[in-house]
Ligand binder design. Structure first.
Ligand code: HEC
Ligand code: HEC
Ligand code: HEC
Ligand code: HEC
Length: 452
């Protein structure tokens, strides 16, 4: 008899209130492998609906206005965001405030009256967080794809993310052999209260200990994996399953946990994810220890650290895969200063034409030809006018290919201008750039700007 049924019997006898702990059906199941393999995820639609609502990201802020000067020309102490325009920096600051410190506002990171000052530790941490977020987004695509992360992915409007971990000193135990629990048998939520090691994080998500434990030979030979090591691996796997709210078969075929061919594609993503988290902890969070005040450190004085739950928070993809990063290109490292207009200090009104392209295409459509005809007209009316032609790319996909495409689009526009009788000496080709902010379609464009 299942636990739930037992409770129903008890409820009938004692009090109806006791059934409150049982999940109300019906349950949904999603088959994720061949029939008969038990590769199935079971969900309670009632619980999922509430979680879906809780995981909706806030609506994006309006795009930064074009034509704003480079932030580095205006502000004194930019060490990371010196590739943004003033408008982009301001937009990002407003977003960061709502993601990390909505109650405290700018003053959470900025000392009274001096935005350039690094007096508050929160600003120093936030600067490192900016570098970390960009590194996650640019260097870990095999895991976070183009969905990427923002500060909100972890913080969700709180100063400290809901799921962080510290080195766990474990319970106090008797001295001598009786007291040696080998790091386990102390019920811990991180491992589903199983009698498994209660700190699977330090060895696997901070340090890079071996996770594979299944012997590759039938008889003991050179392969000396112990049952204890296997228990540590299982402890980590319990955490991974809980953090993503999936069971083991989301990644493994239980016929062979080890075999990659039998595993789902998600296991390969998870392999990369383990490396992402090690990087977050070892390169960013652990070194911040001297920056944090004592009340932010763990019981043994270590820095707060991240695990799978820090981003995922019980969803197979954080925020169920909502692609927040596309609305905040400021949080990727690629790309130079703002828009071409901003970089050159040219007001947006000097843009003679904005030539738009379809995704992945470089040929000129009807609208594009009409825009180019207007430029030709202007050039013919004003013999002193010369133009800058700049190709832009969006950041979805391979950055190098995107920049190449932006260049080819700019060449197509130049060729069309020359084809209409404009001399090549009146057309300056600019280096292709990534568009920052603005609508997605606007990123796939060539700007023709009156040169100064
Ligand atoms: C969560 C922390 C945090 C919050 C909240 C925050 N900022 Fe910042 N701010 C930073 C960091 C970090 C930098 C430095 C970035 C760099 O080094 O590239 C910065 C830099 C700046 C600068 C450039 C200062 C200079 O001279 O170098 C301005 C201006 C600024 N912020 C404005 C604001 C405003 C306005 C708000 C409130 C809407 C705000 N910030 C909220 C962390 C924060
Ligand atoms: C991968 C998850 C993750 C992301 C993404 C992330 N943070 Fe954090 N952040 C953390 C963790 C973990 C801590 C340590 C918690 C603590 O302070 O106790 C932290 C701490 C902070 C703190 C110190 C808070 C305090 O009160 O001690 C600030 C400020 C901060 N983050 C700002 C940011 C900003 C700004 C961004 C985006 C640019 C960002 N974080 C992105 C995980 C993240
Ligand atoms: C989100 C994907 C994911 C889930 C869910 C998951 N695992 Fe894993 N598992 C992995 C990855 C990735 C590795 C290999 C890690 C590495 O090599 O760094 C692994 C390795 C293992 C190994 C070692 C295999 C070997 O080669 O020796 C065992 C055993 C294992 N998992 C068991 C489980 C169990 C039991 C569960 C459920 C409690 C589970 N896993 C849930 C991704 C997952
Ligand atoms: C910095 C935030 C962050 C952390 C920490 C993180 N993830 Fe992810 N993960 C993501 C994002 C973002 C995606 C969505 C990528 C996409 O849209 O394909 C993702 C996707 C995944 C997927 C693919 C799910 C699917 O259904 O395709 C797996 C598996 C995964 N993560 C496993 C892990 C594991 C295991 C850990 C801990 C070792 C972890 N993640 C920690 C951000 C994170």
């Amino acid at each position: 008899m299942s636990a739930c049924r037992l409770r129903f019997v008890a409820a009938a006898l004692v009090a109806a209130a006791l059934v409150a702990g049982c999940e109300k059906g019906p349950m949904d199941s999603i088959q994720r492998g061949y029939r008969g393999l038990g590769m199935v995820e079971i969900y309670n639609p009632n619980i999922e609906a509430a979680k879906w609502d809780a995981n909706q990201p806030p609506p994006p802020l309006p795009a930064a206005a074009a034509g704003s000067p480079p932030a580095s020309a205006v502000f004194k102490n930019l060490q990371v965001l010196n590739d943004l325009s003033v408008a982009e920096l301001t937009r990002l600051m407003v977003a960061m405030t709502s993601w990390v410190a909505p109650q405290q506002g700018c003053a959470y990171c900025h000392a009274e009256g001096d935005l350039a000052s690094d007096a508050l530790y929160t600003k120093v941490v936030a600067r490192r967080m900016l570098q970390m977020t960009r590194a996650i987004n640019d260097g870990n695509k095999a895991h976070v794809a183009n969905t990427g992360v923002t500060c909100y992915t972890c913080h969700r409007g709180q100063n400290v993310p809901a799921d962080i971990w510290f080195l766990d000193p474990g319970p106090k135990t008797a001295s001598g052999p009786a007291g040696n629990r080998a790091g386990q048998n102390a019920p811990a939520p991180a491992v589903g209260y199983a009698s498994l090691p209660f700190d699977p994080f330090t060895p696997f998500l901070e340090q890079a200990n071996e996770i594979r434990v299944v012997a590759t030979t039938a008889l003991p030979g050179g392969d000396h994996k112990s049952i204890k090591q296997a228990e540590w691996t299982y402890a980590l796997m319990m955490h991974i399953s809980q953090a993503l709210n999936v069971n083991c078969t989301y990644c493994h075929n239980t016929r062979s946990f080890a075999e990659w061919d039998a595993s789902t594609p998600q296991r390969a993503v998870a392999w990369h994810a383990i490396r992402t988290v090690r990087e977050i902890n070892a390169d960013y969070l652990v070194p911040l220890k001297p920056v944090f005040p004592a009340n932010r450190l763990g019981p043994t004085g270590d820095a707060p650290k991240a695990n799978c739950a820090t981003c995922h928070q019980g969803a197979f993809k954080p925020l169920y895969g909502a692609p927040m990063l596309k609305d905040y290109p400021e949080l990727t490292r690629v790309g130079g200063v703002a828009t071409a207009a901003g970089a050159a200090g040219v007001p947006a009104s000097d843009v003679l034409a904005k030539v738009l392209f379809d995704t992945g295409r470089k040929n000129l459509g009807t609208d594009a030809n009409a825009a180019i005809a207007r430029v030709v007209d202007a050039l013919k009316k004003n013999a002193a006018l010369t133009v800058d032609v700049s190709g832009f790319a969006d950041r979805t996909g391979n950055p190098e290919q995107n920049l190449q495409l932006a260049k080819e689009r700019a060449l197509a526009v130049r060729d069309a201008l020359q084809g209409a009788g404009i001399g090549g000496n009146r057309i300056n080709l600019k280096k292709p750039e990534f568009a920052i902010g603005g609508a997605e379609a606007d990123a796939r464009r060539v700007d023709v700007v009156a040169a100064k």
